[in-house]
Ligand binder design. Structure first.
Ligand code: SF4
Ligand code: SF4
Length: 137
């Protein structure tokens, strides 16, 4: 299982999630970030900090963004599991699904966009575990 980044990240890419990931498995393309599904440990730390609600547990990906589950995985078809995004830096290509999208409006992609902008400086919001064994039934 894994977490998935979906369309609201496209052209936003503020990288808040990268800072939260304990295993550095969120990789950067030109227009979106991608979670390496084999490296993700399902800790759930990235999901609540995304200002545009682009990150979903794989079983919770909304229907309209279902193709992004495959896009995250296919992004690593050539890369495999590099073992850390920081050492690779920004990669030079997006998945074709993302590369083919028209420019996305930014700043209004989700309900957290405004609240994140208005949030005063303070301690980071602690993540809630979304591991399958911790999920509500
Ligand atoms: S926090 Fe959300 S919008 Fe920002 S880079 Fe991560 S997935 Fe994209
Ligand atoms: S769920 Fe945890 S390990 Fe997976 S991408 Fe998010 S922060 Fe990284």
């Amino acid at each position: 299982m894994t977490y998935v980044i979906a369309q609201p990240c496209v052209d936003v890419k503020d990288k808040t999630c990268v800072k939260e990931c304990p295993v550095d498995c969120i990789y950067e393309g030109p227009r979106m970030l991608y979670i390496q599904p084999d490296e993700c440990i399902d800790c759930g730390a990235c999901e609540p900090v995304c200002p545009v609600q682009a990150i979903f547990f794989i079983a919770d990906v909304p229907e309209q963004w279902a193709p992004f589950t495959a896009a995250n995985a296919e992004f690593f078809a050539d890369l495999g599991a590099p073992g850390g995004a920081a050492k690779l830096g920004k990669l030079d290509r997006d998945h074709p699904l993302v590369a083919g999208l028209p420019p996305q409006p930014t700043g209004s992609a989700g309900p957290r966009a405004e609240s994140a902008a208005e949030r005063p400086p303070g301690p980071p919001v602690r993540p809630v575990s979304r591991r399958p064994d911790a999920r509500r039934r």
